[in-house]
Design a protein around this ligand. Structure first.
Ligand SMILES: [Mg+2]
Length: 228
């Protein structure tokens, strides 16, 4: 059984500034400021980490941020419910066919490993025309601020769901940033890097992923890599 853990932004769906806008509106609504969100580099980071960085930077204590978090997440879901659909999120090339093919196989288990919090992760997929229920398990930016800590959550949930303990060699993280490759390495699992986000294949190659593709459009080749 292969456990395939997909990143969302830049991997399953095309990067879009609406995610930043939704977080900005939620932070302004709950706290009155989103700090320096316009210049903050989001790629590869978890939402929890981004929120802590932005707010500690403007002098808010970690304890206070923890108190604000549930309401910030609730507001992100509320704004996302409107804006993700208005803004026309699109899947990356080949993704609809790939996920449809993989979800019909009985030798693969599909999951998410994403910096998005759970409610916005599912909303984004839905708004981009992907069926969130194809991903039977997930680890989210609401589970931990550190991306490398998401994989253990995903493995635990895969075991709870299937009754099987995944072998690390059977786990593949699919992502568009150096952080995805690094979090796979930190957990002893493999990575498939794809240059459909904000990093070129030349840059991604420097981080030494197990597989590297320009995009996920060649379904047979991608599945071949995944089952190799
Ligand atoms: Mg990404």
């Amino acid at each position: 059984m292969r456990l395939l853990l997909f990143d969302i932004d830049g991997t399953l769906i095309q990067s879009n500034p609406v995610g930043r806008q939704v977080m900005q509106l939620a932070l302004e609504h709950v706290i009155g400021s989103a700090g320096l969100i316009e210049s903050y580099p989001f790629a590869g980071k978890t939402d929890r980490r981004i929120i802590f960085d932005l707010l500690t930077d403007i002098g808010i204590s970690e304890e206070k941020i923890l108190g604000f978090l549930p309401e910030v997440y609730a507001q992100m879901a509320k704004f996302g419910e409107k804006l993700f659909y208005q803004d026309g999120l699109s899947p990356c090339t080949g993704v609809i066919e790939l996920i449809s093919r993989l979800s019909h196989r009985n030798d693969t288990l599909l999951g998410l490993q994403t910096g998005n919090i759970l409610p916005t992760a599912h909303l984004k997929l839905d708004a981009a025309g992907l069926d969130a229920t194809s991903f039977l398990i997930g680890a989210y930016g609401s589970d931990s601020a550190k991306r490398e800590e998401l994989i253990p959550f995903a493995l635990e949930r895969a075991t709870a769901m299937s009754g099987l303990i995944p072998h690390l060699v059977d786990v593949i993280v699919i992502g568009d940033t150096p952080s995805d490759i690094e979090c796979a390495k930190a957990n002893g699992v493999r990575s498939l890097a794809v240059a459909t986000g904000s990093f070129s294949s030349e840059t991604l190659a420097k981080y030494d992923p197990d597989f590297l593709l320009d995009d996920l459009s060649d379904t047979n080749a991608v599945i071949g890599f995944m089952l190799e």
